[in-house]
Design a protein around this ligand. Sequence first.
Ligand SMILES: *[C@@H]1O[C@H](CO)[C@@H](O)[C@H](O)[C@H]1NC(C)=O
Ligand SMILES: *[C@@H]1O[C@H](CO)[C@@H](O)[C@H](O)[C@H]1NC(C)=O
Ligand SMILES: *[C@@H]1O[C@H](CO)[C@@H](O)[C@H](O)[C@H]1NC(C)=O
Ligand SMILES: *[C@@H]1O[C@H](CO)[C@@H](O)[C@H](O)[C@H]1NC(C)=O
Length: 578
Amino acid sequence: MCRILSKYTPVFLFLALSGLIFLLRNIHNVENWNCHTYSTLYQLQSRIQSSFIPVNLPTFHHNRTFCAHLGQKPSAEDELEEHYLLDSIVWPGPPPHSAPTSLRQTSDPVHSLFTILPTNEGREWHVGEELEALVQMHDFHGRPKRYGGDFLLARLHSPELGAGVAGKVVDHRNGFYSALFPLLWAGPAQVEITMVHSSEAVAVLQRLREERPDRVFFKSLYRLGFLSETTVCNMCLPPDPQPLCNYTDLYTGEPWFCYKPKVLSCDTRVNHAKGGYKKHLITNKEAMLFQSDVNVKVPIHASGADGVIVLPQKDKDAEESSGSIKPDLILAATSGYYYENSWRPLDAVTMADFNKSSNISQCLKDKVIHMYGDSTVRQWFEYLISAVPGLKEFNLHSPKNVGPFMAVDITQNILLKYRCHGPPIRFTTVMSSQLRYISNELDRLPGSPNTVVVLSIWSHFSTFPVEVYIRRLRHIRRAVVRLKERAPGTLVVIRSANLQALDQEVSLYNSDWFSLQLDTVLRAMFKGLDVLLVDAWQMSLAHHLPHALHPPPVIVKNMIDVLLSYICPEMQTNQMFS
Ligand SMILES: *[C@@H]1O[C@H](CO)[C@@H](O)[C@H](O)[C@H]1NC(C)=O
Ligand SMILES: *[C@@H]1O[C@H](CO)[C@@H](O)[C@H](O)[C@H]1NC(C)=O
Ligand SMILES: *[C@@H]1O[C@H](CO)[C@@H](O)[C@H](O)[C@H]1NC(C)=O
Ligand SMILES: *[C@@H]1O[C@H](CO)[C@@H](O)[C@H](O)[C@H]1NC(C)=O
């Protein structure tokens, strides 16, 4: 080891010296070298940088309207819609006058219980009916909770049958919750209830969302000749202590700002990247609300049986005459379920058999597929190029995991493209020239019956007030409507948010609670439009594999099968519901 070191000493010395010279040169050029200014050794130093950027970052306006109301003023109609959407996602919290003062008074999944209703013996369950489980929350003392707002997930499943379906949770706002499930298969069905966060924890997340949109920050490199500087960027930055570069998009009015470099001008911006995650966002006491294995994604147990045996569907006529058919609200809220580990959609679309790569390329023949969004749709791009041997990725020399990416199948005349959405995007390094807003990209598509647009926008918005997301979707929706008007045959598919693995750290920036709120808004905003949804939320909730930001390949396969069923309805096998 020593010999190797001494052998390379001259090289190290040379490197260190040249680095120093480089540094000095920049310090000389740049007065008041500080946290916003870095040397040309940018690439080498990025690890050092991210450790010292946050220390000197200006504190943010603790003012939600500041971030939410940048950019173009929404029309009266848009404001009305915004109010409606925000009202629709209001989350009940602990009552202000009797908010708990200690952890022991907050929701404890271990002391909480659920019961399948009705509790009397001898009840028979049939396919087509609804199952209800009543959850009662308790605190760490074992005392019943008297208010709602806990974030619970519910799933009905059968490992033997490879079956699973998402449940709907209704908050009675008194410590009780109903988990409702459609019964879709005959055989065993087990209830699984998970407390993702206590209501007290959700209140902390809500406060972070409104007050700390700076908790994930971004950076940009500026370069001219030998000189380079890096500054902090975000959707909303306090205009002091330093002047800003204003990168507000001229077409959409989407705001984006960076601190102006000390020396270089705003138009020397080269790239955009994730800066880092701010620490110390919560007090030690609040941190107690986010303990893995204690109160983050912990199962709630059954007080009695945790499952039922479902019998085949009752004779339809007998059922109708007895008047026992309920208006199927639960079924309407369910997009599909797993059976034999394959997703079966409940809407009009039935799943085609896309097990063979030849079936996929047959479906995509003559199509141009544009994927826009975050890494969860980039996963789809990756899945398709690995599943279809004829689809070859064209080397655009794009940065890994960032794109843009393109794949072609010359014989089948298939073109597949992926591009990330505009800022806020927490990718490693996106060239400034490649930062595009989806709505602007859509406005440049001619569209046709051979064009498929796939959108996925959610994860990178979790640190901002919901108004920011509403504004982004409004721009995209307008562009989708314009695209559909000029090219009615164009297929537009939206991939919803999905669940992910949570610990304390991830919760504060990316909790499923943020995703759920955004997802509710997404569905509402595209409702009634000629746009199809791949319900990644329910597909990740209903599956037995652990939640992951990037779902495992078996779930992605099922999502792609839904997508392909939308693209090629003529390839339906009609085997499921005949
Ligand atoms: C929040 O910010 C807006 C816009 O900068 C400002 O008009 C308003 O007075 C601020 N509100 C508070 C409570 O600071
Ligand atoms: C940024 O630029 C946009 C568009 O030119 C303008 O409307 C907005 O007022 C500017 N914002 C700031 C803070 O300078
Ligand atoms: C597709 O493949 C899966 C896994 O290999 C298998 O379980 C399923 O039955 C296949 N589907 C059809 C329709 O062949
Ligand atoms: C899928 O491909 C196989 C073999 O290539 C073919 O026999 C089958 O008909 C295809 N399925 C559909 C739905 O087109």
